[in-house]
Design a binder for this molecule. Structure first.
Ligand code: DC
Length: 205
């Protein structure tokens, strides 16, 4: 079974994805972290063709075999990864890696274009959403900084991620839209586990 979670910046995709994958015993694939690792590779001057990114069962992100997980959650990589994500060659390279990782296994994959481009045949597609203010509050709790600056950075990134020509952020027609504003991670996980059960029951029929 493949589960796609898409949504705007700081909508809770990683929090939900990790916990869902753990509950189901699936591999979690954070493709946002893969774009961040590709941005790190660019900063290090590694040519795209030499960039290999993998994720481990333990949730670590490997860039050419090196564990770079801790380096990925920074405001600088928030912005650079979003800029890099408009480039067709970068997207093609990462989509290929993402499909290879997902091939033949149960996965929960999060990103912007998972339900629309990477795994269009996913058995369950979730589009996770929350108001801009709520998302800025969540990100500020994680990263610190001024609320206004965090909100503006997310707004700018959302705009770029949703208006780019290639694979823009948008819900797949068959995605379940889930507004998480005011909901705790536990509540969101419960709702999605129920959707998984429904989907499994339907597939078994
Ligand atoms: O989810 P995130 O904030 O870690 O993602 C970082 C950037 O990577 C995001 O601004 C857009 C890009 N991205 C993308 O274009 N497609 C994906 N499937 C995942 C992320």
């Amino acid at each position: 079974m493949k589960i796609a979670i898409d949504g705007p910046a700081a909508s809770g995709k990683t929090t939900l994805g990790k916990r869902l994958a753990q509950a189901l015993g699936f591999l979690f694939v954070p493709t946002g972290a893969m774009y961040r690792a590709a941005a790190l590779a660019r900063l290090r001057g590694i040519p795209l063709k030499d960039v290999d990114i993998n994720v481990t069962e333990e949730g670590r992100v490997l860039l050419n075999g090196e564990d770079v997980t801790e380096a990925l959650a920074s405001p600088a990589l928030d912005e650079l990864s979003s800029q890099l994500a408009v480039e067709g060659e970068v997207r093609a390279h990462l989509v290929e890696l993402q499909r290879r990782i997902a091939q033949g296994r149960d996965v929960v994959m999060e990103g912007r274009d998972i339900g629309t481009v990477v795994l269009p045949d996913a058995e369950l597609k979730i589009f996770l959403w929350a108001t801009l203010e709520e998302r800025a509050r969540r990100r500020q709790r994680e990263q610190g900084g001024s609320f206004e600056e965090v909100l503006e950075a997310i707004r700018k990134r959302d705009e770029r991620d949703s208006t780019r020509a290639l694979a823009p952020l948008r819900p797949a027609p068959d995605a379940v839209f889930l507004d998480t504003t005011g909901k705790s991670p536990d509540e969101v996980l419960c709702l999605v586990l129920r959707l998984v059960e429904e989907r499994r029951a339907r597939l078994a029929r």
